[in-house]
Design a protein around this ligand. Sequence first.
Ligand SMILES: [Zn+2]
Length: 106
Amino acid sequence: MKKLKWVICDCCEGNGKVENPAFSNGFTSSEWHDMHDDEQASYMAGDYDVECQDCKGLGRVQVPNVAAMTFAEKRLLVVERRESREEARLDAEIDAELAAERHFGC
Ligand SMILES: [Zn+2]
């Protein structure tokens, strides 16, 4: 089993692109009506989308495959994660793995 796995990027949901931050508040209806038809069409077609920063446009991100890691690697990962204060979800997954291993006496 590989120690890294790919998951669909949460930020862009696998598209590799996100809506341009400049448009994140959307348009008012009057702004929308002021746009030319071709501008509206471009917007709807995603021409103004920008590369997703989280996945660098890949649409997927590489994450540690907790299930494939050794106990020592998981411990290290926990420390790294706590230091970076990232992804509470992954911490919970690791904790569950460690708890399961303790349960089986590994
Ligand atoms: Zn992304």
